[in-house]
Design a protein. Structure first.
Length: 678
């Protein structure tokens, strides 16, 4: 467009076609820079074509898997829900003796098969988001310094898509091997210095490469954005006032094990409410100015439009000011009117910023501790507006982010190399059948609930280090259940509407008592968290009824037939009502495990547990042990004490009533059948 067309020939009246103004053999007359860019694009196109050709075989295998094994027709692949796919995978798992959950341990030993491949909804999400979970945790704990020593902007975090790509290249690609598993060198404390030095070099190398290619990338992004958004802004100027969440906000809002499409759906539902919140603060002076501009621009547009309608032949071509026609000024003043009109609040708006922001928090699941009791203040509004910016500003920041990303990688990020290496060592955990994953993503809430930590400054710092900020793990846990729990009325998984999320608690699903639909009926009953059935334990104490680990906990192929319903994966009741607490986990620390390869096989035989010794284990201890294919053996350091989310356990509640009696009867029936006496 710029090198192969002679635009000076357009003024020649003898030139009537495009071929007459095209420069012949224009590539020979191009400068070296333009030739380099052209050949770079050609090589990129060839590389993508080869990559697509190589992927055809893998895509064909994927299509056959969906069509023949999951029995999903090709025409339904665009509309089938992810929950349905997970349910079909779990049904396929139960039909395979290698991964079936409905066979006993002795049967599995007889088949000489000790596999513990885990294929429930939680494990599938952990596999797919193995890398993303680490990035979510690093953003939550501010492991990487994203600031720059710029006056008046020392606290501003410069994060963009360009920096995100560089973090994937310099950090995650360095930590993970070709099998998408954590390189075991990062789990050894004695390798900290060498790995930190290598990571520091990778970060600085990435920053230097960004500086070298930065001008070309900036030019490319400017042209790309101009071609993409020009028609949108030209047709609808009001889109200048549209807002979107920044890339940093998206990583702060995203939960552990939350797949990209589910996360995007949640954000899309929050946009209307977030826009309402931004309009909650009165702006009288701005609105008065906008009303004046709207009136003036509208009046001029009206006069020009009426004049052009009465005499279109003469008036539309008539030059008004600076050699421009009336049609030009109609477009200019119409765009001005639309932009000013978007700055005026609706007359029916009710100002209640605290209520509006709480509605937004219901969807984004993000509320820092200092937001408590200050949701109505202008300071919180300014902080939220930094996460929810104008779309135009985000585009500009993305272009400038190509340069700022280089500075962050060269100046700030290398100083955090030690903390990054420590992060992967301290917050990596091994799960049988899944491999090494981020410890926060396993939702392990069992943290010595019966013990109390003595208040001390050092203990609080230790707790802060081994916990997530703003209740991220608890919010992710309830969000995960919300995405995969099956609504008994619709048979589909759906988002819980605002207002009922704070009281959301999945009801216990009991094994059927001669009724195949009892589990579904119990799941569909509206049992609040304060109405959980309470039973009498073998020790004579009254406690909450726990979801049994033996027998079907949920009717297949529901994706919620998962270990997430186990007691140690459920946070305390106090964390369900607010996101201001912290979620702890068990760190790897000094574990007895010696890293000798990526272990995803069973560890049942290595534990030396047989059927005879198993029958003599007390009921409570057996519940906390590993179940057939439904449990994972985690290698962690000893508990570090209860966290803020688990320090206070709600042990009081109402009697279970009929549900409690049914559960006690089922417990007695099952225990007697297994040879135990209550």
């Amino acid at each position: 467009m710029t090198q192969c067309i002679d635009y000076s020939l357009f003024s020649d009246k003898d030139k009537k076609s495009l071929k007459e103004v095209v420069v012949s053999q224009c590539t020979r007359k191009m400068s070296l820079l333009w030739n380099f860019g052209l050949w770079l694009y050609v090589f990129y196109f060839i590389w993508k074509a080869v990559q697509f050709t190589v992927d055809l075989r893998r895509l064909a295998h994927m299509r056959n898997f969906y069509t023949y094994l999951l029995e999903i027709p090709e025409e339904d692949m665009q509309t089938v829900s992810w929950q349905d796919i997970v349910g079909r995978i779990m049904s396929l798992r139960d039909a395979n003796p290698t991964t079936a959950t409905n066979i006993s341990r002795s049967q599995r030993r007889w088949m000489k098969n000790q596999s513990k491949e885990r294929l429930d909804a939680h494990d599938i999400a952990n596999r797919l988001m193995r890398r993303d979970n680490y990035l979510i945790a690093m953003m939550n704990k501010d492991v990487i310094d994203l600031t720059l020593p710029i006056p008046f902007m020392r606290t501003h975090q410069f994060f963009s898509k360009s920096l995100e790509w560089n973090i994937h290249f310099a950090v995650l690609s360095f930590v993970f091997d070709e099998n998408n598993q954590i390189n075991q060198e990062f789990l050894k404390a004695d390798r900290r210095g060498i790995l930190s030095m290598k990571l520091r070099s990778r970060l600085m190398f990435a920053g230097i490469i960004n500086l070298l290619v930065g001008p070309f990338v900036v030019a490319y992004r400017v042209i790309e954005n101009a071609l993409t958004y020009y028609n949108e802004y030209q047709k609808d100027p009001s889109t200048f006032s549209h807002r979107r969440y920044t890339p940093l906000a998206e990583w702060k809002f995203r939960g552990f094990n939350e797949l990209p499409h589910l996360f995007q759906e949640r954000l899309n539902m929050s946009y209307p409410i977030a826009s309402v919140y931004m309009d909650q603060f009165p702006k009288k002076m701005t609105e008065q100015f906008a009303r004046s501009v709207t009136f003036i621009a509208g009046a001029i547009t009206f006069v020009l439009a009426v004049a052009s309608f009465l005499d279109p032949e003469h008036f539309l071509g008539f030059e008004l000011v600076l050699g421009k026609s009336a049609l030009f000024y109609i477009g200019i003043f119409a765009a001005t009117w639309a932009a000013a009109r978007g700055m005026i609040s609706e007359e029916t708006t009710v100002f209640n910023p605290e209520y509006a922001l709480r509605s937004v928090i219901e969807y984004i699941r993000y509320m820092p501790d200092h937001w408590q009791r200050r949701l109505h203040t202008a300071e919180i509004k300014r902080e939220f507006s930094g996460l929810y910016k104008l779309k135009v500003l985000i585009l500009i920041e993305e272009i400038l982010g190509i340069i700022t990303a280089s500075l962050v990688l060269i100046i700030s990020a290398p100083k955090c190399s030690d903390q990054i290496i420590d992060f992967f060592r301290e917050f990596t955990i091994h799960v049988d059948g899944v491999g090494y994953v981020c410890s926060f993503a396993v939702f392990d809430f069992k943290a010595a609930a019966g013990k109390e930590m003595k208040p001390s400054a050092s203990g609080d710092v230790r707790e802060d280090y081994y916990s997530t900020k703003h209740g991220k793990m608890a919010a992710s846990y309830y969000g995960f259940l919300e995405n995969y729990v099956i609504n008994p009325k619709t048979g589909m998984a759906s988002h819980v509407p605002p207002g009922s999320r704070h009281h959301f608690q999945p009801p216990p699903a009991f094994p059927g008592l001669s009724s195949p639909t009892l589990a579904a009926d119990m799941q569909g009953s509206r049992v609040n968290r304060h109405d959980i059935a309470r039973v009498r334990t073998p020790g004579g104490l009254v406690g909450q009824a726990r979801t049994p680990r033996f027998g079907p906990s949920m009717t297949a192929p529901s994706p919620m037939a998962s270990m997430l319903l186990d007691p140690h994966h459920q946070p305390a009741a106090t964390t369900a009502t607010a996101f201001g607490g912290r979620s702890t986990h068990k760190s790897r620390g000094q574990s007895g495990h010696r890293n000798q390869g990526i272990l995803e096989e069973s560890t049942e035989d290595s534990l030396g547990i047989d059927e005879h010794s198993r029958s003599q284990v007390p009921f409570d201890e057996e519940i906390e042990g590993s179940g057939p294919l439904g449990e994972s053996l985690w290698e962690t350091s000893p508990p570090k004490g209860p966290s803020r989310e688990n320090s206070t356990l709600n042990t009081e509640g109402q009697d279970g009533g009929v549900l409690g009696l049914i559960y006690q009867f089922q417990q007695a029936h099952r225990n007697n059948r297994q040879g135990r006496v209550l």
